[in-house]
Design a protein around this ligand. Structure first.
Ligand SMILES: [Zn+2]
Length: 335
């Protein structure tokens, strides 16, 4: 009766998928840039203070009923799991780490010389990294990644983005860890991601097409869900992109059509991001934080007709189903 893994990897070890509880599946603890931090320090970044902010924030979030937060800060966004572990050790929240590479266009020069057919050669370092992060742990910490993340932005699937997506598909087929994506909703390139991953043997049911909440084009969203993918309504509070009222209306419309099992809710928020620092967020996106769904969005969904069962499906059952590792390609023992 068991699939390969009903256990989900977190910063504090394995947690049964049934114990994840209310889960925010697309968030960031800290988004940084180590090279810029060395050479162009951000005036709002103070590591110890940021850790206190994150600890306090996650403790408040726990009191609001959230039990698990997936940190989708992968390489390219300043991933530092040793730093996040300082937070994880002090909070009740389950934190899930992730692997992947965040680039909308090109990879760093290292990747242009390392890999099959390239100047220095050897195996593709991306695939090795992704599999090691999932199977052994990230950068010697023993913290194992529970999700793979790739990016397609307005540039579309560039050659380097294709390389990241290929490595993610291969790592997924070896490990069963789900894949989540960043999309540029106006380009509707979730469709291209879905097609790419299907061609590479990834079941749509193991995909979260992210940032779908940025669009109000229901036909596009239905198309992704009808193919089996789950869509990320994952930027609540990013009202500088689309107001929350519009995001709520989209979720309610799709709930009425029976799509409760194909959507997940989150914020894509962060306790600190160099890209949009806390002072900017406070002024321009005051609701863009991890408490927004609990405090403002759930009540609006309920008053719009969402049931307790709908909310349980969106916030508990769907994330648990996705984060459970699926059968792996080389495993013939699956029952
Ligand atoms: Zn994100």
């Amino acid at each position: 009766m068991t699939s390969v893994g009903e256990e989900v990897q977190t910063f504090r070890g394995q947690v049964s998928a049934g114990d994840l509880g209310t889960t925010l599946i697309h968030e960031h603890v800290f988004v940084g840039h180590p090279e810029l931090d060395l050479n162009l320090p951000h005036p709002e970044w103070h590591e110890d203070r940021a850790i206190e902010t994150a600890v306090e924030g996650l403790e408040r979030l726990w009191d609001l009923g959230v039990r698990t937060v997936v940190d989708l800060t992968v390489l390219g966004l300043g991933r530092d799991v040793a730093r996040v572990r300082r937070v994880a050790e002090r909070v009740r929240m389950h934190l899930v780490a992730s692997t992947g590479y965040y680039t909308a266009d090109v990879l760093p020069a290292y990747f242009q010389t390392h890999g099959p057919g390239l100047l220095v050669g050897g195996p593709d370092p991306l695939l090795e990294l992704f599999v090691r992060d999932i199977e052994e742990g990230i950068a010697g910490t023993g913290i194992r990644a529970g999700m793979l993340k790739v990016v397609t932005d307005r540039q579309g699937i560039t050659p380097d983005v294709r390389r990241v997506m290929t490595a993610a598909a291969q790592a997924h087929l070896r490990t069963g860890v789900p894949i989540t994506t960043h999309t540029h909703a106006p380009s509707q390139n979730g469709r291209d991601q879905l097609a790419f991953f299907r061609e590479h043997g990834v079941a749509p049911e193991r995909l979260v097409i992210g940032h779908c909440g940025d669009t109000e084009d229901l036909d596009h969203l239905r198309e992704l869900m009808d193919a089996g993918a789950t869509i990320g309504m994952d930027r609540f509070g990013m009202e500088h992109v689309l107001p929350d009222d519009a995001r709520v209306a989209t979720v309610l419309a799709l709930l009425r059509e029976g799509y409760a099992d194909r959507m997940v809710l989150s914020h894509d928020a962060a306790f600190f991001s160099r890209v949009t620092p806390p002072s900017w967020r406070a002024r321009h996106a005051p609701h863009w934080h991890m408490e927004n769904i609990s405090r403002r969005i759930v009540p609006r969904l309920v008053s719009g007709g969402a049931t307790e069962d709908d909310l349980h499906q969106l916030l508990v059952l769907n994330p648990a189903r996705l984060l459970t590792r699926g059968p792996v390609a080389h495993d013939g023992e699956d029952d």
